[in-house]
Design a protein around this ligand. Structure first.
Ligand SMILES: NC(=O)c1ccc[n+]([C@@H]2O[C@H](COP(=O)([O-])OP(=O)(O)OC[C@H]3O[C@@H](n4cnc5c(N)ncnc54)[C@H](O)[C@@H]3O)[C@@H](O)[C@H]2O)c1
Length: 256
């Protein structure tokens, strides 16, 4: 339970399914947390959930729109003010769009790239001085199985997720001399509140989704968000000391 004890972690998209599961697991493993999300109300719920699960956890919630470049410096400054350092950055915030490329609007491209790709770059840039000072700094970027397995209908999202893989490797090469490891996790189908809401109009309950067989992966099921949080935790921890520029697929074996 001490993989992250003494470490401070920033997690973006912490109000979402994977972000909240990661926040709780990191807290269980001893981390101090700066949880960031644009959805202030749900972020407050996640803050309460983590504090209830791990009494005494050191945690600040930072409502912010990471799609704005200026947010990155503010998030790092608030984290340093609260905890004095940053050891781990989990870039996880993400949005989706369902426009085929022949109908993809410029404003959607800009939004997707700002949140899903550029926020990862800006937060990394702003956190790097502190991550270097840490001596064992780690960045974990959350991409997607669709970085490698693109499909029709979500091109903007899939392109941004592929960009995260490229950025992860570039940053790993640039930062290796500074002792900062940079890795990525690629989730597959993960059962989050977003997907539960998405399938509700089709009459499917969360329980239906939990038990249905899916074609998407060879395990034929959805992941629980905690199953994605485990590889994020491991890459963030010193146990992954020889891993940089790595990509872990947490996707149940996506069918191509
Ligand atoms: N759930 C899946 O099936 C799945 C599969 C592959 C990859 N992923 C990726 O995993 C990550 C987490 O996904 P999730 O399923 O938990 O999604 P989610 O929608 O539940 O959570 C994403 C969170 O990001 C926040 N966010 C969105 N825009 C933001 C902004 N501008 N500033 C700050 N926060 C913002 C949202 O409010 C939300 O809380 C995402 O990057 C997603 O693309 C998810």
């Amino acid at each position: 339970m001490t993989r992250l004890s003494g470490k401070t972690a920033i997690i973006t998209g912490a109000a979402g399914g994977i972000g909240a599961a990661t926040a709780q697991l990191f807290a269980e493993e001893g981390a101090r947390l700066a949880l960031v999300d644009i959805d202030e109300a749900v972020l407050a719920e996640v803050e309460a959930m983590v504090k209830a699960a791990v009494p005494g956890v050191d945690l600040i919630a930072i409502p912010a729109d990471v799609g704005q470049e200026s947010a990155a410096a503010e998030i790092v400054a608030r984290t340093l003010e609260a905890f004095g350092g940053v050891d781990v950055l989990v870039n996880n915030a993400g949005i989706r769009s369902y426009e085929p490329l022949d109908a993809a609007k410029a404003e959607t491209w800009q939004k997707i790239l700002s949140v899903n790709l550029l926020s990862y770059a800006y937060l990394a840039r702003e956190a790097l001085p502190a991550l270097r000072r840490s001596g064992k700094g780690a960045i974990v970027n959350i991409s997607s199985t669709h970085a490698f397995n693109p499909r029709g209908g979500m091109g903007q999202y899939d392109v941004a997720k592929a960009g995260i893989i490229s950025m992860t490797k570039t940053l790993a090469f640039e930062e290796v001399g500074h002792g900062v490891r940079v890795n990525a996790v690629c989730p597959g189908l993960t059962l989050t509140p977003f997907h539960v809401r998405r399938f509700a109009p089709q009459g499917k309950t969360e329980q239906d989704l939990r038990t249905e067989k899916v074609d998407h992966n060879i395990m034929q099921r959805w992941a629980d968000p905690r199953e994605v949080a485990w590889p994020i935790l491991w890459l963030a921890s010193d146990e992954a000391s020889f891993c940089t520029a790595s990509v872990i697929m947490a996707d149940g074996g996506t069918r191509v």
